[in-house]
Design a protein around this ligand. Structure first.
Ligand code: SF4
Length: 239
């Protein structure tokens, strides 16, 4: 295996979000994203992408070492990992060494990729950069982000081709629930248990004000998605 890819970080922790929250996992974060969410919690992989070029084999060796210590879940995340063809090669190789694979994607790009759980996080209108965002002075990303954030064809293919999936939405107000419901009317192959609502916020205090999200989940049979890593470690890299 000779290829390499821009990687912003690798680390071992517990999965903080989604159906596998709490599971010990080895994370690999691709650096680079085709979106610019206003509240992005990994700006070092999007707004200010930073990376080291890492050989695929070195990543596999690292994952194999994690597996040797009983961490057999791998999370391929970003940024947007589906931007990178190398993610396919990485996933194939991780499968060969027996890792359970989660892909974390915003769902705007489709790839045939080996995985056990496709974790799709479609971006709602609350993600679009504001007009006065100093990181986007000419509103270039505002326009680009808005045009790209929902790709129905890609979302459907990701659902159809994955053995298991979850659709995880970051919500900050009740207005976004109707946006989610409208989106879901255009998609097939999901059940209420695949829909996860996650509060926006990167502090424990902010997350604590989102109790209403629990009630909305109970009403619809959706899942409330905690941000375990924020509760355990705060908003820190490598967790
Ligand atoms: S899709 Fe993810 S990585 Fe990209 S800008 Fe949005 S939150 Fe950040």
């Amino acid at each position: 295996m000779s290829s390499s890819a821009p990687i912003s970080e690798t680390f071992t922790s517990v999965q903080g979000e989604g159906k596998l929250a709490g599971v010990p996992s080895w994370f690999v974060r691709f650096s680079g994203c085709n979106l610019r969410c206003t509240w992005c919690d990994t700006p070092y992989a999007s707004w200010n992408a930073e990376s080291k070029q890492r050989a695929m084999q070195s990543l596999i060796d690292e994952a194999a070492a994690a597996k040797h210590h009983n961490v057999s879940h791998a999370v391929i995340t970003g940024g947007e990992p589906m931007m990178f063809a190398q993610a396919e090669e990485l996933a194939r190789s991780l499968k060969k060494i027996g890792m359970h694979i989660t892909i974390e994607t915003a769902g705007t790009i489709f790839r045939e990729i080996a995985c056990d759980l496709m974790s799709i996080s479609p971006k709602l209108s609350n993600s679009t950069p504001q007009t006065d965002d100093p990181r986007d002075k000419d509103a270039v990303w505002q326009v680009r982000h808005e045009a790209r954030r929902i790709n129905l064809e890609s979302l459907q293919k990701l659902i159809d081709t994955s053995p298991a999936h979850q659709l995880k939405f970051v919500v900050s107000s009740e207005q976004q629930l109707s946006e989610i419901e409208t989106l879901l009317t255009h998609l097939r192959g999901w059940t209420p248990g695949d829909i996860l609502l996650m509060p926006e916020g990167i502090t424990v205090e902010a997350l604590a004000t989102r109790r209403w999200i629990v009630d909305e989940c109970v009403r619809r049979g959706w899942r409330y998605c905690p941000r375990l890593h924020i509760e355990l470690f705060g908003n820190k890299r490598g967790t």
